[in-house]
Ligand binder design. Structure first.
Ligand code: TRP
Length: 363
């Protein structure tokens, strides 16, 4: 079987470190391993509109923003097709047909959708488009015959829903759609990076993000604000490493080489943690260390992004070409779907024959 990878992001803001460890790094790894037949990354503007329909400018402004981050982080458009969801109309068509296969109560049970409804305060007036976005996501995934969908754990209910739609569709209309498989990031720690305030998730609305184009001054300032151990008051006090955001980040980002470069008194992170736990190691030292590591990570991304901002016509061209390719592929699936659903009146010569025989017309 072909190996087809598809992922996507809603264009609602800049990408931050949470995106980097949760998805971007994994995509770059997959891209560079090259162990696939096709790889797609979708900018999910239509999905973003399901809960931002009253703010189209926000979505519009962030389409290129997200594309800039992809390219600046090292996604290579020669290897990966990057495209804009709303420009692939087969996806909207497929969504409409898949909606017949999903009940309202099933949609209401989706845990991610449920918590988003709460968060957005939709309660009694949930837009039906929003409730249906998991169906549209099933269309995104199946339109490309995707076999592998690398996602964070909040997206697992969408993959589950997609599998159900694939099964129903194939049962009713015959073998048509390919069942996808989810792939979670390797490291459990990387699946969900906490915000600088220690809250479970880095999120724009919580104002606790480090963005992938922050300046070194901003990075430094944010690291200095990071939540550590509230009982570690004097340098000599013993400190806690668990739940200490600086150490959570060091676990994810620091390599042994970083010690030689910035903290040669320690061999590795275990040594640093032990000293902190014993007492005698101040927060400022570990924060300076983390800040240097994050600046090293973000500086080339920020600089590459700036270079691309001066070449926006190139970035737009990448999206246009990717979208063209995506349309070809998604239209093939739509054609097959319509054929199996018996709604292919003009393309299938059998239709005329069937109708002629229905009306007893001799050919
Ligand atoms: N729901 C995803 C998110 O919020 C974006 C998305 C849309 C997606 N369609 C997809 C992800 C298909 C993977 C596959 O980030």
């Amino acid at each position: 079987m072909e190996k087809i990878i598809l992922t996507g992001d809603r264009p609602t803001g800049k990408l931050h470190l949470g995106h980097y460890v949760g998805s971007i790094l994994n995509r770059i790894k997959l891209q560079n391993e090259g162990n696939y037949d096709e790889m797609y990354i979708m900018i999910a503007d239509a999905q973003a509109l399901t809960d931002n329909f009253d703010n189209p400018k926000k979505v519009r402004d962030n389409v290129l923003e997200v594309a800039l981050f992809y390219l600046a982080c090292g996604i290579d458009p020669k290897k990966v097709t990057i495209f804009i969801q709303s420009e692939v109309s087969a996806l909207t068509e497929l969504t409409f047909y898949y909606m017949n296969l999903v009940t309202l109560s099933r949609l209401m049970r989706n845990p991610t959708v449920k918590s988003e409804i709460k968060l957005r305060g939709f309660e009694e007036s949930i837009p039906s488009g929003f409730l249906n976005y998991p169906v549209s996501q099933a269309a995104d995934i199946t339109a490309f015959n995707s076999t592998i969908v690398p996602v964070g754990d909040d997206q697992l209910p969408m993959i589950e829903q997609t599998k159900e739609i694939v099964h129903s569709f194939n049962r009713i209309y015959g073998d048509t759609l390919v069942e996808p498989k989810e792939v979670l990031p390797d490291s459990i720690k990387a699946r969900r990076l906490p915000g600088i305030d220690g809250k479970a998730k880095m999120s724009k609305s919580l104002g606790n993000c480090i963005y992938l184009d922050d300046s070194n001054e901003e990075i430094n300032k944010k690291v200095m604000q990071m939540y550590t151990d509230p009982n570690h008051i004097k340098v000599t006090d013993p400190g806690k490493v668990e739940g200490n955001v600086v150490f959570t980040y060091l676990d994810v980002f620091c390599k042994d080489d970083d010690f030689q470069k910035y903290l040669p008194e320690y061999k590795n992170l275990d040594e640093l943690k032990n000293h902190y736990k014993k007492g005698g190691l101040g927060d400022v030292t570990i924060k300076r260390f983390l800040s240097s590591i994050l600046c090293d990570l973000i500086t080339p991304i920020r600089e590459k992004k700036l270079e691309l901002i001066n070449n926006l016509d190139y970035v737009l061209k990448v999206l246009e070409e990717g979208t063209k390719k995506a349309n070809i592929k998604a239209n093939e699936t739509l054609k097959k779907v319509k054929n199996h659903m018996q709604i292919d009146y003009f393309e299938n010569p059998k239709f005329l024959e069937e109708m002629q025989s229905k009306f007893n017309i001799e050919k």
